[in-house]
Ligand binder design. Structure first.
Ligand code: ADP
Length: 609
């Protein structure tokens, strides 16, 4: 499950990580080939200094032992010219190779990063609503999981092509040259390598637990900041700024402590590795000096420099090993969370194949439905109801009774735990989800308005609608005059509209969609009396010939319904026509009477009279 990936121990190994990344990297085979070729060229150049120094030292040494002075000066000048030309030429080629190799490597990284983002966005758009209600899938946490996943995976790609590959190729070449020149020196250089690996592995093991904790606090921090921004109004109105700041400070303290701890361990082991590297260099110097002094065949003074320089090429990647290892370990933790999202097949919204003739009638039947939210709230218990096509059904009940949950189930946002739901006689799960949603218009208490123009917001579900159709929808939703009067008219940013205006933009969106089934979940709860009345009129107009399910605390909207279902803690306690249900007494009568009392009808009548 995607859920437990947030800071889970890395079950994915480095091999697994590379296997998962391969399908994102391999499509760029030309870039790959160019990068690999240039890497090899760069690695060959990296050995040139050692070879040149070896030859130069030996040649200079030979010159020093010559006797005729004039010829020495000429030979020395020629030697220096050759050395300079070779070194400069090599630097030039090396700079070109490094540039090309980095450029192509970076190109691969950027493309892989883009492909990973596209893939994950595609994926979460397919997830069922239940996924987003689960613990650990809050927006801030999901965002961190995705951002860090993409960042560390693309870093892995970068590390591989820009650091690991060139450094290791150069190390292998250098080691091969050392062996070719002298097996004993090669063996000493090789003997140091396992020590580095061992220290790096111990360091990695010690750091792992800390890194998970750092990751956990990062998630909490970014989720905390998001919460603060989202709740700014409440925080300010309750004067809780200091409390919220203190909460963040506590988290920051924890995060700082953890980061310091990881750095401390890291620096300790880095020091140890530098020490071992120096020991390696000292051993090479002692051994090569000994071999030169004892006149070992092929060993000259130049070879001392040669081996020391080559050994620094061998140890270069090893010096970087812990950083690469750290990055890889980070990538393992974050990759698990990230690939967990891509692998969460169980979270993908299911769709049946039934499309009927593409248009639903709107006869919903719910039988003995039980439903529990992923968080554990048992929201519906043995719930049965019938929504008759072409009629208006109202769902009534106190807050939390389960009314919105019914709409969520009828729109297939969630599936019931047990019991059955049919639409036009076909089980809901067999319906093609797109067809179903094409036929259903949903208006919520707080509708989502996207950042963009009013026109784009109205057109959201029907991108091909003409300007005239958009304006007509706005008229039906009683928002046309207000929008037209704005300086930018329909091009105004919809987020600048008031809550009531935004609500009518959302209703206009539904008018444009013109679906045969309409779910209204407290559509006028956030509107003023005039807007409520206008919307009521427009909703009355589109009720004709459509199936409407309305949830409202507004008795005026309920009383118009053909059928009422009264819910109490997820269960239907009464149903029938508004008059019948009122006569039965019970919960509906209580709600109805309380509602009229709260409206102070007597005084209203007296003041009007
Ligand atoms: P109503 O619409 O009647 O006010 P709801 O259907 O919204 O009631 O909620 C029914 C119960 O389910 C409530 O206890 C509510 O807290 C819970 N609930 C609603 N939505 C979710 C959700 N996304 N995740 C978990 N619990 C939820």
């Amino acid at each position: 499950m995607a859920n437990d990936n947030n800071g889970a121990s890395s079950r994915m190994g480095i091999g697994g990580l590379l296997r998962r990344l391969a399908p994102y990297v391999l499509p760029y085979k030309w870039l790959l080939a160019a990068t690999l070729l240039l890497t090899l060229a760069g690695s060959l150049m990296a050995q040139v200094n050692a070879v040149v120094l070896d030859r130069a030292v030996d040649s200079i040494n030979a010159l020093l032992h010559r006797e005729e002075g004039a010829a020495v000066a000429g030979a020395a000048a020629a030697l220096l010219a050759v050395v300079s030309a070779v070194l400069l030429g090599k630097e030039l080629l090396s700079a070109l190779a490094t540039f090309g190799q980095r450029f192509f490597g970076e190109k691969i990284r950027i493309r892989v990063s883009r492909d990973l983002s596209l893939r994950v966005v595609d994926r979460i758009l397919q997830f069922r609503m239940a996924f987003f209600s689960q613990d650990g899938n809050e927006p801030g946490k999901l965002q961190t999981r995705i951002d860090r996943g993409i960042m560390s995976l693309s870093n892995t790609v970068k590390n591989f092509f820009i650091d690991i590959l060139p450094l290791f190729t150069s190390a292998v070449l250098a080691l091969a040259l050392m062996y070719a020149a002298n097996v004993y020196v090669g063996l000493v250089a090789t003997a140091i390598i396992p020590v580095y690996f061992w220290i790096t592995a111990v360091q990695g093991r010690r750091m792992k637990g800390w890194r998970h904790r750092v990751f956990g606090t990062h998630q909490q921090l970014s989720n905390g900041i998001l919460n603060i921004i989202e709740s700014m109004g409440v925080i300010k109105s309750f004067n809780r700024e200091q409390v919220e700041a203190a909460k963040q400070a506590a988290l920051q303290d924890k995060s700082t402590g953890l980061q310091m701890q990881t750095r401390r361990i890291s620096f300790l082991y880095d020091g140890l590795k530098t020490f071992v590297e120096q020991i390696g260099t000292v051993l090479i110097i002692i051994l090569t000096a000994y071999l030169v002094l004892t006149g070992y065949p092929g060993m000259t003074i130049g070879k001392i420099m040669y081996h020391v320089m080559l050994f620094s090429n061998v140890s270069a990647p090893i010096r970087q090993l812990h950083r690469i290892y750290d990055d890889l370990n980070d990538a393992l933790v974050y990759a698990e969370g990230f690939f967990g999202l891509l692998d969460a097949d169980g979270e993908v919204e299911e769709s049946g194949a039934w499309k009927g003739d593409g248009r639903v009638r709107g006869c919903f039947e719910m039988k003995n439905v039980e439903f529990t939210y992923p968080g554990g709230t048992h929201a519906l218990r043995d719930m049965s109801l019938v929504i008759e096509p072409g009629r208006t059904t109202a769902l009534v009940g106190l807050s939390g009774a389960g009314k919105s949950t019914i709409v969520n189930l009828l729109d297939k946002f969630y599936s019931p735990d047990s019991g059955s739901i049919t639409l036009d006689g076909v089980p809901l799960q067999e319906w093609d989800t797109r067809t179903l949603r094409d036929n259903v218009g949903l208006v919520l208490q707080k509708n989502h308005i996207f950042s963009g123009t009013v026109e784009d917001n109205i057109r959201y579900g029907c991108p091909d609608a003409t300007r005239e159709q958009v304006e007509e929808a706005a008229r039906k939703a009683f928002i046309y005059d207000q929008v037209a009067a704005l300086p930018d008219g329909f091009q105004t940013n919809a987020l600048q509209l008031s809550g009531g205006q935004q609500q009518r933009v959302a209703i206009a969106r539904m008018f444009l969609k013109d679906p045969p089934v309409i779910f209204l979940d407290e559509p006028t709860a956030s509107l003023d009396a005039i807007a409520t009345e206008q919307i009521r009129n427009s909703i009355d107009a589109i009720k004709q010939g459509r199936t409407v399910v309305v949830i409202s605390h507004n008795i005026g909207q309920i009383i118009d319904a053909d059928t009422l279902y009264v819910l109490d803690t997820g269960h239907c306690v009464q149903h029938g026509s508004p008059q019948e249900v009122y006569r039965q007494g019970g919960l509906y009568k209580e709600i109805f009477d309380a509602s009229t009392r709260s409206m102070n009808v007597d005084k209203i009548v007296a003041s009007v009279g």
